[in-house]
Design a protein around this ligand. Structure first.
Ligand SMILES: O=P(O)(O)OC[C@H]1O[C@H](O[C@H]2O[C@H](CO)[C@@H](O)[C@H](O)[C@H]2O)[C@H](O)[C@@H](O)[C@@H]1O
Length: 332
């Protein structure tokens, strides 16, 4: 038996090692692809891609035409969408211009921030009490604490935390990861409350594979947690079937649009985790998904914007369009 187990276990172990190695390699490739350091030039590929995912600025009239008679609801990712990507995650501030525009958006449309960040942290960046906030990839949802306009009464309180039983485990893994990664220069572990982020942005690329391997090894002890990739970040979260797409559906339901065809959700995001929301909109056949990217990427979004400054322009045009259409209505 000993001979038999020795005979089988050795190649099996090697195979598992090779498979796990492939997994770490795939995470790294995917992180690289999701946050390219250089924008590709106006390649053939990009020109072709833009035909299928046109600019939301160039097609603005078509978008607003399609939303006619429907309630526009705005969903916004934070990092890379409202704020530019920066090396220090604690300094991902939104511009004053963006905040002013966002305030205008919230005055005219129900608006939600849907982010991988901890809800309190993103609130401290945005500081607008009239918005919905879905932190930790939608696992921590809270409604506005201030009504959007003086005309509105108090909103029904919304608070939804589908992963609360995972809090002690997330805290434990946070401590383990801090310890295991402290020897890797530039590595940073961020506690996003119901999920964690291990940042690779300031780590020398030669150390990416060993760092990813450390994270993988920690996770083998916690089968109830899974790993996803973002922009130079590995994200650890509970295996529950909950993501930004589910959060979008939950918020539409809370707003009373569960089975309604009178709603036009607009979701803007830049990351892989936003694809869950784009997919939901596609399958509902409602509203639009807008990917923020200056390079060609595989996406379920229908439209694109290049960067946060284009996001700001698009949101400002939405405010202006809404204002002018309200004026036209009162003039009639
Ligand atoms: O869902 P999001 O709002 O896009 O949040 C996803 C992650 O965003 C943050 O990391 C990203 O932005 C950082 C600041 O620009 C950047 O340094 C990092 O490389 C990016 O991955 C945030 O720090 C993470 O916790 C979020 O999960």
């Amino acid at each position: 038996m000993a001979v038999l187990s020795g005979f089988w276990s050795l190649p099996h172990k090697n195979l598992v090692k090779r498979l796990e190695g492939a997994k770490v390699g795939a995470w790294i490739d995917s992180m690289r692809a999701s946050s390219p350091t250089r924008a590709k030039s106006e390649s053939q590929e990009k020109r072709y891609w833009i035909l299928y995912h046109p600019s939301a600025l160039n097609t603005f009239e078509q978008i607003t035409y399609n939303s006619k008679g429907k309630q526009v609801v705005v969903f916004l990712d934070y990092d890379g969408t409202l704020s530019p990507i920066v090396t220090d995650p604690d300094k991902a501030f939104m511009s004053r211009k963006m905040r002013a525009t966002l305030k205008g958006i919230a005055r005219h449309f129900p608006t939600a921030i849907v982010t991988g960040r901890c809800r309190d942290k993103v609130y401290n960046f945005v500081k607008l009490a009239e918005l919905y906030y879905a932190g930790s990839h939608g696992m921590d949802i809270k409604g506005p604490t201030k009504s959007r306009s003086p005309k509105q009464g108090n909103n029904k309180p919304v608070l939804f935390q589908p992963a609360s039983q995972f809090l002690p485990m997330i805290d434990e893994v946070y401590k383990v990861l801090l310890e295991k990664t402290k020897c890797v220069p530039g590595a940073k572990v961020e506690n996003n409350r119901f999920c964690l982020s291990v940042h690779f942005r300031c780590v020398d690329e030669k150390s990416w594979a060993p760092l990813a391997e450390k994270v993988r090894l920690v996770l083998t002890e916690y089968p109830q947690l899974k790993l996803t990739q973002g922009r130079k970040v590995l994200e650890i979260r509970p295996t529950i079937k909950w993501d930004k797409g589910k959060a979008l559906e939950y918020l539409l339901e809370s707003l009373g649009y569960e089975n309604s065809s009178d709603v036009f959700p607009i979701y803007i995001g830049d990351d892989r985790t936003d694809e869950d929301a784009f997919k939901v909109l596609r399958s509902r056949g409602q509203g639009i998904g807008i990917l923020v990217s200056s390079v060609a990427k595989e996406t379920d979004a229908s439209y694109t914007l290049q960067d946060p400054s284009e996001v700001e322009q698009f949101l400002r045009r939405l405010v202006e369009w809404k204002r002018s259409s309200s004026v036209k209505c009162t003039e009639l």
